[in-house]
Ligand binder design. Structure first.
Ligand code: ADP
Ligand code: NI
Length: 216
């Protein structure tokens, strides 16, 4: 199957697979990441077909939903693309992107080995911050039975992926353990600029949240 046909089939499959998702990883997240990734791909001169396919597949069998198996996503992406008889070189490049996208903790580097992976990683991270990021974080927290906030909890800095996986902090802690760190981990110039604006919006949300909490 040629790559354009692969994209069409993958879009339809993901739409179906993520239609009833309710943790902020629904089809609309995937579609926003795809659209943002294509904008960044254009600016950065990345291969738009590899970017689009990888963006569509980036959350397939994510470790947060499969019991913590970080190899699940890349394996599922490969199995899907092979079932459609995609070009082997395209499959390899897309699977590598899926492997490199996910965040693994404040102290864990998530380097990318291609401009296509950098673009998809940035697009995914942009959707985790700003107004949409705030909405998604609370949706995820509710679905995973996390508290909104517990002012007495200690905010942890996770040095290893294992520690990050195991934590069960409040959603507000998630801003400190991940979301507020993302703007400094953007890889593309255009991603950095967009992240700055969304970051400021999150900072003002957190100020307001905490002042309301204490009765202001
Ligand atoms: P990544 O692969 O980088 O984690 P995803 O698109 O899979 O990116 O999902 C990230 C989003 O999931 C976060 O930005 C947040 O909205 C939500 N999320 C993940 N962990 C938590 C958490 N502990 N508390 C609240 N939200 C979380
Ligand atoms: Ni995602």
């Amino acid at each position: 199957m040629n790559t354009l046909q692969l994209i069409e089939k993958t879009e339809a499959r993901m739409m179906e697979m993520f239609a009833n998702e309710h943790t902020g990883h629904d089809w609309f997240h995937i579609d926003r990441v795809r659209r943002m990734a294509l904008v960044l791909a254009h600016e950065e001169g990345a291969d738009s077909q590899v970017v689009e396919l990888a963006a569509l597949l980036h959350d397939i069998d994510d470790w947060k939903f499969n019991g913590g198996d970080v190899d699940g996503g890349p394996k599922a992406a490969r199995a899907w693309l092979e079932s459609l008889d995609g070009r082997p070189d395209v499959i390899d490049r897309v699977v590598k992107v899926v492997e490199e996208v996910t965040f693994k903790g404040a102290g864990v580097d998530t380097p990318t080995s291609s401009i296509e992976a950098a673009v998809v990683q940035d697009a995914d991270r942009l959707d985790a911050i700003g107004a949409i990021g705030i909405g998604r974080a609370f949706a995820y927290g509710g679905a995973n039975k996390r508290q909104l906030w517990n002012p007495e909890e200690e905010v942890e800095y996770h040095d290893t992926f294992e520690a990050y996986k195991k934590n069960n902090n409040s959603t507000l802690a998630h801003f400190h353990e991940k979301l507020l760190l993302l703007k400094d981990r953007m890889q593309t110039e255009s991603g950095k600029k967009m992240a700055e604006k969304r970051h400021q919006y999150m900072e003002s949300f957190l100020d307001q949240f905490e002042s309301e909490w204490w009765g202001d």
